[in-house]
Design a protein around this ligand. Structure first.
Ligand SMILES: Nc1ncnc2c1ncn2[C@@H]1O[C@H](COP(=O)(O)OP(=O)(O)O)[C@@H](O)[C@H]1O
Ligand SMILES: [Ca+2]
Length: 497
């Protein structure tokens, strides 16, 4: 009897109605979860790419950026995946042979074709932005600058990428996009956090950009750039000093030194024992110094070092004009600047120089930094060369000058104090992407930073899928329970005999 009862009870679950309900229920749950997963996360993550060429005064560099195809507008998701340094000088140096400027880019362009997946080539935007080297060439000889752009444009047009044009960035754009890059990579814009100022030192110009509570743009509209990013309004102070990149300032200092003592220049910014014969015509071949060329100068001069930081600093100070400020406050050369405020990221040549000098640690008191640089500058040239056999001699010879210029620009020029100096971080990369104007430039041109904050999903993806699964299971169980009257076991109670 009991065996019969057991059989009956088992069979209750095998009635057609229960089986059909169960099968439909399971199919429904699987379908619901599959749709939820597929709808919210593509199984194969696709990427998009963008390429920016930074045509600087000293050299050109190519940067490749990558971001998930579905989430163009999402926060902090564009990353640099590759960079390529173009061999040879900056494009402005090819003024007399523009075709070579275009040709010089071909190696890096080939590399880019290998790095970006082939099926993405056509839709990948390619931009070239030129900075102070081309600004100077444009001032000096605008038709030569047009010819360089023509040649570079023709070369880039031949690439499989979607070439969007080559142009000179204004100093304001260069400063503002550097600031956007630094703050984007730090996720400060998307999260509405306090922003970081940006200090960019190039060869021909230098930029300072920061947000100041006391700056609303009214005192000097030329220094103001406004943005609305992720729902926040920013009024950025920015200024670019043309001719105040480190290569042009070196010319300015040398021009000062050659005024007295034609033919022989004893330079405190170079190491003792350093001696090179240089051409006056090369030194004065720049609109930054061309008006200072002494008349009746010989063809060459001997440039020798005497390694004296303090005297070097005195020479460097002479390139700044501190008189004639028509605003409430100025940095130098009559340029308005509010007091520096908040943290700063200092990149490009700021980083190269301070990193070489082992001076990137800004918690070291400024006085100690100066002592260290004094000792470095006083080291004889032959010792310096022995200590750094692998460093490019041109860079090596100039680090004493460059370090002195950086400290003088920051403290005398921009008015950083011993206290605010420690708010500066010398940086090369942030989360794998180079600090510089290129990323900000691309984000702007591809409309990748929304003006308003994007709607954030209520739950993260995993949470959403779990939630849907649990609710589906619950509904299913409720459904089964609600069908209880139909259960054969309920309608037909097994007889207990
Ligand atoms: N390893 C290095 N050491 C020192 N200086 C460097 C190094 N690499 C690059 N630089 C310098 O950094 C500067 C970069 O400027 P660049 O971007 O070409 O010019 P700009 O931004 O004014 O158009 C140049 O002065 C170049 O000499
Ligand atoms: Ca630059």
């Amino acid at each position: 009897m009991s065996a019969q009862r057991e059989m009956k009870e088992k069979n209750l679950w095998h009635t057609p109605v229960t089986i059909i309900i169960t099968v439909i229920g399971v199919i429904a749950i699987v379908a619901l979860v599959t749709v939820a997963v597929l709808q919210n996360k593509p199984l194969h993550q696709k990427y998009k790419y963008g390429i920016v060429l930074d045509a600087g005064s000293s050299h050109t560099a190519l940067y490749i950026y990558e971001w998930p195809a579905e989430k163009d507008n999402n926060t902090g998701r564009v990353e640099q995946t590759h960079s390529c340094k173009v061999k040879g000088p900056g494009i402005s140096s090819y003024a007399s042979d523009p075709v070579k400027a275009g040709e010089s880019l071909s190696e890096c362009m080939q590399e880019a074709q290998l790095k970006v997946p082939k099926d993405r080539h056509q839709e990948t935007p390619l931009y070239l932005g030129a900075t102070a080297g081309m600004r100077l060439l444009n001032i000096e000889n605008s038709s030569a600058s047009d010819r360089v752009f023509q040649a570079v444009g023709e070369a880039l047009q031949k690439s499989p990428f979607s070439f969007q044009g080559a142009r000179i960035l204004s100093g304001q754009e260069e400063g503002a996009f550097g600031w956007v890059t630094v703050n984007y990579l730090d996720d400060r814009l998307s999260q509405g956090l306090e922003t970081t100022g940006a200090l960019d030192l190039g060869g021909a110009s230098t930029q300072i950009s920061f947000i100041s509570d006391s700056f609303d743009g009214s005192e000097s509209p030329a220094n103001s750039v406004t943005f609305r990013l992720y729902g926040n309004d920013y009024n950025l102070y920015t200024h670019s000093f043309l001719c105040y990149g480190k290569d042009q300032v070196l010319r300015l200092v040398l021009a000062h030194l050659t005024q007295s003592g034609l033919g022989n220049v004893a330079d405190p910014c170079f190491h003792s024992g350093y001696m090179e014969t240089k051409n006056y015509s090369v030194l004065y071949d720049s609109p930054c110094v061309s008006d200072r060329k002494p008349s009746g100068a010989p063809a060459t001069f001997t440039h020798s070092g005497r390694g004296d930081f303090l005297q070097c600093q005195e020479m460097v100070k002479k390139v700044f004009n501190f008189t004639n400020c028509k605003y409430s406050q100025c940095s130098f050369n009559g340029v308005f600047q509010p007091l520096v405020q908040g943290p700063f990221g200092a990149f490009s040549a700021y980083y190269f120089v301070m990193n070489f000098l082992n001076l990137t640690d800004t918690s070291i008191p400024l006085e100690v930094v100066k002592e260290k640089l004094t000792r470095y500058c006083a080291t004889p040239w032959n010792e310096i060369q022995q200590q750094h056999p692998k460093v490019k001699v041109k860079y090596l010879a100039e680090y004493c000058f460059s370090g002195t210029y950086i400290l003088t620009l920051l403290t005398e020029g921009y008015n950083f104090t011993s206290e605010s100096y420690s708010d500066i971080k010398f940086i090369k990369k942030i989360k794998g992407s180079d600090a510089g104007w290129t990323l900000g430039y691309m984000l702007n041109l591809t409309n990748m930073i929304p003006a308003e904050a994007p709607d954030t999903p209520l739950l993260p993806h995993a949470g959403y899928v779990s939630f849907v699964t649990v609710i589906a299971l619950l509904l299913f169980v409720l459904f089964i329970v609600s069908l209880r009257p139909l259960w054969p076991s309920c309608s037909k109670q097994p007889q207990i005999v």
